[in-house]
Each structure stands twice: as C-alpha cells, then as structure tokens.
Unconditional design. Structure first.
Length: 90
C-alpha cells in the first residue's frame, strides 16, 4: 500500500442542485498494480486500487499517484524481506 497526498477533480453538488467542478487535495492509499518511470520528469506513476475510502473517492476505484522528488510518501507492507530493508536503510 502506498499513501500520498494528491489533488483530484471532483464534482460538488450545492443545495440548489447545481454542480460545480473543484480540485480537492486528499490522501490516497492505493494497492499498487502497475509502476511507470518518467525519466524526463524523474517521477514514478503508481497505478492501483484505492484502499482508503473518502467522501470523494470510493473504495476499490482505480487511481494513479505520481511520486516526485522531495514529496512525502508512505509505504506500508505486512512483511519486508531483510534484503529490501537493507536497501531502504542505505
């Protein structure tokens, strides 16, 4: 599971029933299915299934998180192999 803050376009409905598009900042937690590296922007695009429901994002929807340098990200895994732990520590 990868958690990161991102922005999404959402449609908000006001009391009168009209709809407005808005960009909201939210924290996504996805189970990664695919990883793409963009050498030009030096970033990772992580595609996966949302595992943390919010008022704007339903559980199980597919989303993409773009990870860039100096941008906080949290990795969660039930079991880490000792070899990978050594690499992360370096």
């Amino acid at each position: 599971i990868v958690e990161a803050t991102t922005t999404r376009n959402v449609i908000l409905e006001n009391k009168s029933g009209s709809r407005d598009k808005s960009r909201v900042q939210l924290k996504l937690a996805i189970e990664v299915v695919n990883i793409e590296f963009d050498a030009e922007q030096c970033s990772l695009r992580l595609n996966g299934i949302n595992r943390k429901e919010s008022e704007h994002i339903k559980l199980g929807q597919y989303h993409t998180i773009e990870i860039e340098l100096h941008r906080p990200v949290e990795l969660k895994k039930h079991h880490w192999d000792s070899v990978y732990m050594e690499v992360l520590d370096d």
